[in-house]
Design a protein around this ligand. Structure first.
Ligand SMILES: [Zn+2]
Length: 161
C-alpha cells in the first residue's frame, strides 16, 4: 500500500474494535482510503517520525457508536484522526496547514486554551473531499467549533523512528 500506512491501519477503533470492517478492494471507500493513505504518506514523510491513526474508515454502525455525524468524511474513507507519536501535535497541525496539501478540513479536537490561545489538543481530524477542498482549519473545545490559525513554532527535527 503506502510507504508508511496500510489499509488496516486506517480501519481501526480504540473504543469499538469489534465493529471495525475493512472495505472491499475496488469499492469507493477503498479507493478513497488509498487516496487518503497517499496524502498521509506525504504528511508522515515531511514530519519525519511516526504518526498514529486512531480512527479512519467507519462503517455506519461504527460511526453511530462513536457519535460521528451522518455525513462525516470518516464514513467514506476520506478522513483520519491522527497524532504524532512524539513531538508537538500543534506543530504537526501547523505543518499540515502550511504544506500546500488540498485538505478539506483540519480540526484540532478537544483543544485546551490559555488567554485565548490554543495550547494543546487531543487529536487532529484530517479530512479530504471529492469536491473542492475548503482548507478549513477549526478548533473544537468539546462544545463548539471556531476557526483557528496556525503557525509553525519551531524547527522540525528529522528522525527515522
Ligand atoms: Zn475525525
Amino acid at each position: 500500500m503506502g510507504k508508511y500506512f496500510t489499509i488496516n491501519e486506517l480501519c481501526v477503533s480504540g473504543s469499538y474494535p469489534k465493529l471495525v470492517t475493512v472495505p472491499k478492494a475496488g469499492t469507493t471507500e477503498y479507493k478513497n482510503l488509498e487516496r487518503l493513505i497517499g496524502v498521509l504518506d506525504q504528511i508522515r514523510e515531511k514530519w519525519g517520525s511516526a504518526i498514529i491513526v486512531t480512527s479512519g474508515y467507519r462503517n455506519e454502525k461504527l460511526n453511530n457508536a462513536v457519535g460521528g455525524s451522518k455525513t462525516s468524511a470518516h464514513r467514506y474513507g476520506l478522513a483520519a484522526d491522527i497524532h504524532p507519536k512524539s513531538g508537538s501535535i500543534l506543530d504537526l497541525a501547523a505543518q499540515i496547514a502550511e504544506s500546500g496539501i488540498g485538505f478539506d478540513q483540519l480540526i484540532l479536537e478537544k483543544v485546551t486554551t490559555k488567554n485565548g490561545k490554543i495550547t494543546d489538543c487531543q487529536w487532529l481530524h484530517f479530512g479530504l473531499t471529492d469536491g473542492k477542498p475548503r482548507k478549513q482549519i477549526l478548533a473544537w473545545n468539546g462544545k463548539k467549533y471556531t476557526p483557528a490559525k496556525l503557525h509553525i513554532t519551531k524547527e522540525f527535527s528529522i528522525s527515522n523512528q
